[in-house]
Design a protein around this ligand. Structure first.
Ligand SMILES: [Zn+2]
Ligand SMILES: [Zn+2]
Length: 370
């Protein structure tokens, strides 16, 4: 059994009432454990959960975010695993530490969105082919749901977020007793472990590990200053927003500004779908994380000096809906303020051929909605 863990240590069943004890593995998602438990007992996940919670359509929801205690009691008794152990798989417990928002039913910051429609999903789960291949019992980890995770820290390879053969998202909850292995694609049966892996850029991994450490220690570091985890993640989302603004506007000043951090505008333009970070593909998020590592590694004074040198104005760094992190906002307050007015934002409704990148962005948004 794998013994290392970051988010929870797993649990060994004690006196379960069902025939086969099913240990909760280190860092395992609750949904992964439920699917394994059902398949080990020779039934489909839908059948098992229907018998335990007959009135709860859990597979139509993102229940890995957290399950109420009154529901955990039922599974806890039959599985011989404490409610506390199951509660430790809750993604809510982690994400509440890094976002000031109330976490409701909408898309959560930093959590990959499943895009559920009934039991079908459009994404939201990643995996490492080498981890699944090394597992004695293949299973899905909590960190494969986090938007800042794009790389397996153990194998240093880029995570996958779809089936190589059929392109379907990772929908292990749709596995049935006719294809009962968690390493199989639930759509086509392809062995998800047998794909080529690509080596990960070191910057993206460095930042991912910093983000993990920030969650675990409840505080992060930027520019030699310690800050609360929620502020550190706010800073990271602000940097990512700058990349997204640069991708959309292709502003020469912003491109020059980023080049002063050795960030190539051309690389960022490849990710210009306009989708929120939590809906982007693993490769697009990794590109942003690699670039953000360069920004976060520099002192805040370099941010200010570069903004001045490239003649950025304050409004470019403070979008209309942007809350600028405190450590940045007071520094950029003496940059020139140039507001754009309605005339520049007028959207043309004239039908005409669109550029390749615009069509690509429209298709990406459409696929997430279908
Ligand atoms: Zn791995
Ligand atoms: Zn497939």
């Amino acid at each position: 059994m794998v013994t290392s863990h970051t988010w929870h240590q797993g649990a060994v069943p004690v006196a379960p009432t069902w025939p086969i004890p099913v240990p909760l593995l280190p860092d395992e998602l609750f949904s992964s454990w439920l699917v394994r438990a059902a398949l080990l007992h020779g039934c489909d996940p839908l059948v098992l959960t229907g018998s335990i919670w007959p009135k709860w359509r859990l597979w139509c929801t993102d229940f890995d975010r957290g399950v109420p205690d009154n529901r955990l009691i039922k599974i806890s008794r039959v599985a011989g695993i404490s409610e506390h152990s199951f509660s430790s798989t809750s993604l809510r417990a982690i994400l509440t530490q890094i976002t000031p928002q109330n976490l409701d039913d909408s898309t959560w910051p930093w959590l990959l969105a499943l895009g559920s429609r009934n039991r079908h999903r459009h994404g939201g789960v990643q995996y490492c082919p080498l981890c699944l291949a090394c597992d004695r019992v293949p299973y899905y980890r909590m960190n494969w749901r986090f938007a800042w995770h794009t790389i397996c820290a153990q194998h240093k390879v880029v995570l996958k977020d779809s089936c190589y053969k059929c392109g379907a998202p990772i929908i292990f909850h749709m596995l049935t007793i006719s294809n009962p292995h968690l390493y199989e694609c639930a759509n086509c049966g392809f062995d998800l472990r047998t794909v080529n892996v690509s080596e990960a850029p070191s910057g993206a991994l460095t930042l991912q590990l910093s983000a993990d450490a920030t969650v675990c220690k409840k505080q992060g570091n930027y520019s030699g200053q310690l800050m609360a985890a929620v502020d550190w993640f706010h800073l990271l989302s602000y940097f990512i927003e700058i990349f997204q603004i640069t991708s959309r506007s292709k502003s020469t000043k912003l491109v020059n500004f980023l080049e002063s951090f050795d960030i190539s505008g051309g690389d960022l333009f490849k990710s210009s779908t306009g989708l929120p970070f939590e809906l982007l593909s693993v490769v697009d998020r990794m590109r942003y994380m690699d670039a953000a590592n360069k920004l976060i590694a520099c002192h805040v004074s370099h941010f200010y000096e570069s903004a001045k040198l490239t003649r950025l104005n304050k409004s470019t760094l403070c979008g209309r809906n942007t809350v600028v992190p405190g450590i940045i906002s007071h520094l950029i307050c003496d940059l020139p303020e140039v507001r754009h007015h309605g005339r520049e934002r007028t959207v043309s409704t004239k039908l005409m051929p669109r550029s390749r990148s615009t069509v690509k962005a429209m298709m990406a948004r459409l696929f997430r909605k279908l």
